[in-house]
Design a protein around this ligand. Structure first.
Ligand code: ADP
Length: 638
């Protein structure tokens, strides 16, 4: 008895979108079905190698059959098959994990934009892509763990049926009833041998199991002669794919397009990767790795659900999908696979994950990736900048989260914009360009170059022509604290601690002034006692009246970042108000102090609030600030 089951709502919507084709490249359905078949054989093979009493097979294959008369296309495999539950679980639910994101993405992409985008592969809704070309799909399957087989049938509308069937061998057969030819699309093309051969070559050549199909060739008949040539159609079973995994092929025999195509299929990214690398290690530890760096951050990279990891193979046999032991956290955006001959298939996954081999491979790959990035930075800086915009933050975290352990490995990969340079710049280049008298590597946190150039703390730095790195990731200032120095040059914030860039005589003058102006400065300090730890004369201001700086330790930027952190921290920067003794305002205030000492408090507050605003802080009491400003304006305008 066949039972009829309704698709889950979400699945139904996706099916509709799929059928009414938001997607133009219908050809990919074949690659999706073949890759499912190959996965199913992988699973069987893996179990047969590790399980005790499974029959080992040596005739794994994927078969394609064209039935022109009935307009059917069959794709079958002798892999692991599906149980009744698995059928419902796998084919009754579309895109189990990604469905929500999928819907959201599609909602945004409908229409023109969606045209060339490989949404299907991207979200692993592979099987359903077959409904783009099928008016009905039958799936006959028998699980390795079941004595019975099942037939799944669906027209891709709102339900499917499942019934019990006899099936001799474990495995799955997908039968596609091709849609009728329309004005827009000729579905009959999938009944042409040459077309199927082409598609397999194009999309599925690397599949490690033979993809076989009966093909027809026109050959001369045995009684054919040169004078009287006669031909007949000869049928024979042909293997359509070369079966050599792409990572086993010689680099020089594989084109960039082929590496990219493999990436699209394997890692569900419709964009070409930014780059790939083939690593071949021989010796004590032997492995091959094919790694890719995506050209854009995967949409879910920053979600908790994102799983890092590389695919793991042992001598060409697939072992697991996202083996996280193969790649450090900060490189989690790297996609790819590792095939090693040093892994014992018979050990459990738990043991495997603890294995030293994996760790050794991880360390090794990390170095290779870093080296590759270094050479990209050297050889194609623009491309590197592109990469860095996508993933630079991860490299910063690599240094930060290792508490600096990886600082020497990664510091040369970090780049920043700067006030003097058009392009981004690394520390090495920065140091090379430093004028002789410059002692520190300066940095400033700010939203843009203009915002930083306008900061009062920049007065003298600008006069000297020193370059200043522009920091705008939350982690940046913490990173500077961990890096501490580069090539012996200390990192220094323009608004933190002392900034001694005055020449000696000038500096001495300021120090002397600090003494003579002490009463006034003390009065200011008292007025702001709850807010600042000191009020002093500045060695960094030339044009501006005042600025706020922090003492070494927690910086303003850190205070802001920590306050944003949901884990909560109310760590505060120690604030110091610096005044410019050469500014008219200073002179006026000092005079006021001597004429009418009580009035100084209100001005001190105003000055402080202004300085806070310039540092991008919110005022505790903006209304009070505004009231004070208003009364001041009235006074001035009277
Ligand atoms: P994906 O392959 O990305 O998981 P699909 O929609 O293509 O998504 O397939 C869903 C699931 O159905 C697969 O994960 C697998 O468990 C099962 N499946 C599909 N085709 C086969 C097959 N030929 N043999 C065994 N299981 C299959």
């Amino acid at each position: 008895m066949a039972e009829t089951i309704k698709f889950k709502t979400e699945s139904k919507k996706i099916l509709e979108l799929m059928i009414n084709s938001i997607y133009t490249n219908k050809d990919v359905f074949l690659r999706e079905l073949i890759s499912n078949a190959s996965d199913a054989i992988d699973k069987y093979h893996y179990l047969s190698l590790t399980g005790k009493d499974l029959p080992r097979k040596n005739d794994y294959e994927i078969d394609i059959e064209i039935d022109k008369k009935n307009r059917l296309l069959k794709i079958s495999d002798n892999g692991i098959g599906m149980t009744h539950e698995e059928l419902i679980e796998s084919l009754g639910t579309i895109a189990k994990s990604g469905s929500k994101d999928f819907m959201e993405k599609i909602a945004k992409l409908k229409g023109e934009e969606a045209k060339d985008i490989d949404i299907i592969g991207q979200f692993g809704v592979g099987f359903y892509s077959a409904f783009m070309v099928a008016s009905e799909i039958e799936v006959n399957t028998r699980s390795l763990f079941d004595t019975k087989g099942y037939k799944f049938t669906s027209k891709g509308e709102d339900s499917y049926t499942i019934e019990e069937i006899e099936k001799e061998e474990s495995g799955t057969e997908v039968i596609i009833h091709l849609r009728k030819k329309t004005d827009e699309f000729d579905f009959d093309k999938y009944l042409e041998e040459w077309q199927i051969k082409d598609l397999v070559k194009q999309y599925s050549d690397y599949i490690r199991y033979p993809i076989k199909m009966e093909t027809t060739k026109r050959e001369k008949t045995p009684d054919s002669t040169d004078e009287d040539p006669k031909y007949e159609d000869v049928k024979s079973v042909e293997t359509l794919n070369s079966m050599m995994p792409i990572w086993k092929k010689n680099k020089n025999d594989v084109t960039e397009e082929e590496y990219n195509e493999f990436y699209h299929n394997k890692f569900y990214d419709y964009k070409d990767p930014a780059m790939h690398m083939l690593v071949n290690i021989e010796g004590k530890l032997e492995y091959t790795a094919l790694l890719y760096i995506p050209s854009a951050a995967p949409y879910d990279l920053y979600s908790e659900k994102y799983e890092k990891g590389l695919q793991l193979y042992s001598k060409g046999v697939f072992i697991m999908d996202k083996c996280k032991e193969l790649i450090p956290d900060y490189l989690k955006f790297v996609k790819g696979l590792v095939d090693s001959s040093d892994l014992d298939l018979n050990i459990s996954r738990e043991m495997l994950q603890k294995s030293k081999v994996l760790h050794e491979i991880e360390e090794n790959l990390e170095k290779k990736i870093v080296a590759k990035l270094e050479s990209l930075k050297k050889d194609d800086f623009d491309k590197y900048v592109e990469f860095f915009k996508n993933f630079g933050l991860h490299l910063k975290f690599g240094i930060y989260e290792s508490y600096g352990l990886k600082k020497d490995l990664l510091k040369d990969l970090i780049i920043y914009s700067s006030i003097n340079e058009e392009k981004m710049i690394g520390f090495k280049e920065y140091v090379e360009k430093m004028p002789k008298d410059q002692e520190y590597i300066y940095y400033a946190s700010g939203k843009s170059k203009d915002a930083i150039l306008a900061m009062p703390q920049m007065d003298l730095v600008k006069k000297h022509g020193y370059d200043v790195l522009i920091l705008n990731d939350n982690v940046d200032e913490f990173l500077m604290n961990i890096l501490m120095d580069y090539d012996g040059k200390k990192f220094k914030s323009i608004n933190q601690g002392d900034l001694d860039i005055l020449d000696k005589d000038e500096a001495k003058k300021i120090e002397e002034l600090n003494e003579t102006k002490k009463p006034f400065l003390e009065a200011m300090k008292n007025a702001l006692a709850s807010k600042v730890s000191d009020v002093r004369l500045s060695k960094r201001l030339t044009d501006s009246a005042c600025c706020l700086v922090s003492s070494d330790g927690i910086s303003f930027e850190m205070e802001k970042v920590l306050a944003e952190n949901p884990a909560g921290s109310d760590a505060k920067a120690e604030k110091i108000l610096e005044l410019n003794p050469n500014h008219d305002l200073f002179k006026a205030l000092e005079k006021l102090y001597y004429d009418s000492p009580l009035e100084i408090n209100e001005y001190a507050d105003l000055l402080y609030d202004q300085a806070l605003l310039m540092e991008g802080f919110n005022l505790d009491n903006p209304v009070e600030f505004s009231n004070k400003m208003t009364s001041l304006m009235i006074k001035a305008l009277k």
